[in-house]
Ligand binder design. Structure first.
Ligand SMILES: C[S@@+](CC[C@H](N)C(=O)[O-])C[C@H]1O[C@@H](n2cnc3c(N)ncnc32)[C@H](O)[C@@H]1O
Length: 218
């Protein structure tokens, strides 16, 4: 259930230990996370933030793709961060996991070259999505890229049926924007000036849509 400011990965704390296998088996995880990484124009040394990083799978994939990246992951839930930290070697591999909420990111303005979010925004109300998007814009460097993968409007009737299961688990208050296809307009209303959908993947629980936006240079 909702804690102070966040909804756990599978809504209930007791389901957190099975988050990784559930996501791996039901969301075509490797395909969509590698597509998300593949759209980023990254160079070694770039600073990267994974917001709502959960169990750290995307952060690990980012490290494998480009070991010189300076990778930061934030999540509100200390339990799932424990799973993420256990996945990295004692030297940290250039990955820093921090417990924090998306509404007040613990970083100065213009800190990151890339910000990623995967299966995260459907955990937030419309108002919290907007607050978070404005924080993302604040900590992104001019010319920096924002990459989103999350549930979107279902591609067909079967996907609509799948999406009902996510709504039943995570609640309609936070998932409605996603399944009604309103994430792009929220991104634009927060101040991003462009957004394009780069891919859509049908899964057991609905359609995952992937977007990319770039923060305008002054
Ligand atoms: C479904 S999980 C996604 C995890 C990971 N990004 C992935 O793709 O597997 C959503 C995560 O967002 C975190 N979360 C939800 N609301 C948050 C908030 N306001 N600030 C930070 N983390 C939040 C939850 O604790 C959870 O770990």
């Amino acid at each position: 259930m909702s804690h102070s400011g966040y909804v756990p990965a599978l809504r209930f704390d007791w389901l957190t230990p099975v988050y990784d296998p559930v996501v791996r088996l039901t969301t075509r995880e490797a395909t969509f996370k590698n597509a998300l990484i593949g759209q980023a124009e990254m160079q070694g040394g770039d600073s990267v933030l994974d917001i709502g990083c959960g169990s750290g799978t995307l952060a690990r994939l980012l490290h494998e793709a480009l070991p010189e990246l300076d990778i930061h992951g934030i999540d509100g839930d200390s339990s799932i961060l424990g799973i993420a930290k256990a996945k990295i070697s004692p030297n940290g591999e250039g990955i820093h996991f921090v417990q924090a909420l998306s509404f007040l990111l613990p970083y100065p303005n213009e800190s990151f070259d890339h910000i990623f979010s995967s299966l995260f925004f459907h955990h937030l109300t419309s108002e919290d999505k907007l607050t978070t998007l404005k924080e993302i814009l604040r900590v992104l460097k001019p010319g920096g890229e924002f990459h989103v993968a999350d549930w979107g409007d279902p591609d067909n009737f079967l996907m609509k049926l799948g999406s009902y299961m996510v709504m039943a688990l995570d609640g309609t208050e936070t998932t409605r924007d996603n399944f009604e296809g309103r994430l792009p307009e929220l991104v634009l209303s927060a101040g991003f000036e462009d957004l394009k959908e780069t891919a859509a993947l049908n899964t057991a629980f609905g359609t995952i849509r992937i977007f990319k936006s770039t923060k305008t240079r002054e």
